[in-house]
Design a binder for this molecule. Structure first.
Ligand code: NAI
Length: 392
């Protein structure tokens, strides 16, 4: 089949298997180029198939020579529809890992569930013995808890409506968007889905099963962003969930003195999760432009490679006053933020293409789904029914 992108606002409903392979290969090449990190050897990545989780898995495997078990929630192809990009990425990752002599297995299921936790523990016991790094990189719209209740995550403010400029992704025009305050239960739901409760459940289960190595490290990813987006992000429902995640890191450290839990506050990047947040894509497009001009732009793989090299596995781990690792150090520098705010004030539909890196935004967006990658012949027929070796 010849696969073409089918974009509906902030989602693409098709993915290109060869393009996704290329994407993974490019990330592996980047990590190999950075040299070896003296880091973990047996790694569990929860949310391993796209974005920051995939970058973590690739960095652990190809930067630390680690065995990896990756957990994801992806859809295979049914012969007519393509698989999701995370499916193709994982197939590509496993093939490359195998060729490099690295253990790599994956599980496709709901990481929030007890069953998946039990299966993961079983697999760790059987194949790895113990893990010395657990990366928690889930971004999900909903979670069903053990009592059968399904909670939904929402992107709302926690007080007044918030009105700001926004990029209409269907037309690439600047519009004004209002984000409404959360209604009853929405804040609680967001904390249930994107807060730290499930991370703690994982750590409890792994610890109890004795599959955590002594001095194991666990890291979960967070975001803060500039004051401009505080009403929708940091002070919004998602920000409250992220505060709960930070609180959970402290609780893990208190509960399990032989485990080191960290929050890494990462940079804003186009991923499937982030492109769904209103107002934020315009900030991203301007941020990309400014950081590219200043020579400090990074993608997920550059962020995570720098996290492993310079911070998480450095002799002393630099943290802020709340104990968090700050990978958003470059994004939030005055130099970057002053330039971003100037552009924000000036941006209109007429100048959006000059003032922001809308092209870079869309390039990242398409590449997430395996499109617009150099060296891929998109006019060629491809097999969309790709198997993930460890799931066959
Ligand atoms: P993403 O959408 O690219 O990745 C989400 C991952 O979670 C995928 O591997 C997906 O398969 C998996 N997943 C989702 N639901 C699942 C479930 N029920 N069971 C098992 N796996 C499931 O998202 P992204 O952006 O990489 O986000 C990862 C973390 O990084 C999130 O906590 C996010 O808040 C954080 N972050 C993201 C930033 C961004 O700008 N994209 C910035 C800073 C932090």
């Amino acid at each position: 089949m010849i696969v073409e992108p089918k974009v509906r606002e902030f989602i693409c409903t098709t993915a290109h298997p060869v393009g996704c392979y290329e994407n993974v290969k490019n990330q592996i090449a980047y990590v190999k180029n950075q040299g070896i990190v003296e880091g973990p050897k047996k790694v569990l990545v929860i949310g391993a198939s796209t974005g920051y989780g995939l970058a973590s898995r690739i960095t652990a495997a190809f930067g630390c020579q680690a065995d990896t078990l990756g957990i994801m929630f992806e859809r295979p192809s049914n012969g007519k529809r393509t698989a999701t990009p995370g499916w193709y990425n994982t197939a590509a990752f496993e093939k490359e890992a195998e060729a490099a002599g690295l253990y790599a297995k994956s599980m496709n299921g709901d990481a929030f569930s007890k069953e998946v936790k039990e299966q993961a523990i079983e697999m760790i016991r059987k194949d790895l013995g113990q893990v010395d790094l657990v990366v928690y990189s889930l971004a999900a719209p909903r979670r069903t808890t053990a009592d059968g209740v399904t909670w939904s995550s929402s992107l709302k403010t926690t007080d007044a409506p918030f009105t700001e400029k926004s990029l209409d992704l269907r037309t690439n025009t600047i519009v004004t968007k209002t984000v409404e305050p959360a209604e009853e239960g929405e804040l609680e739901g967001t904390i249930k889905v994107m807060g730290g409760e499930d991370w703690m459940d994982w750590m409890d289960a792994l610890h109890e099963a004795g599959v955590l190595a002594e001095n194991a490290v666990t890291v979960a990813y967070s975001y803060i962003g500039p004051k401009l987006t505080y009403p929708i992000y940091n002070d919004g429902t998602i920000g409250q969930a992220k505060k709960h995640l930070t609180k959970t890191a402290n609780e893990i450290n208190e509960k399990y003195p032989d485990v080191k839990a960290y929050i890494s506050v990462n940079k804003a990047l186009v991923t499937q999760a982030s492109s769904a947040i209103p107002i934020v894509p315009l900030y991203f497009a301007i941020l990309y432009k400014v950081m590219k001009e200043q020579g400090t732009h990074e993608g997920c793989i550059q962020q995570i490679s720098r996290l492993f090299h310079d911070k998480l596995f450095a002799k002393t781990i630099p943290v802020d006053e709340e104990g968090r690792i700050r990978m958003d150090d470059w994004e939030l520098s005055d130099e970057v933020q002053n330039a971003v705010m100037k552009c924000w004030k000036e941006v209109t539909t007429e100048n959006v293409e000059q003032i922001s890196d809308i092209e870079g935004y869309w390039q990242d967006f398409y590449q997430m789904f395996g499109f617009k990658l150099d060296g891929v012949d998109y006019s060629k027929d491809v097999n969309i029914e790709v198997q993930i070796p460890s799931l066959v």
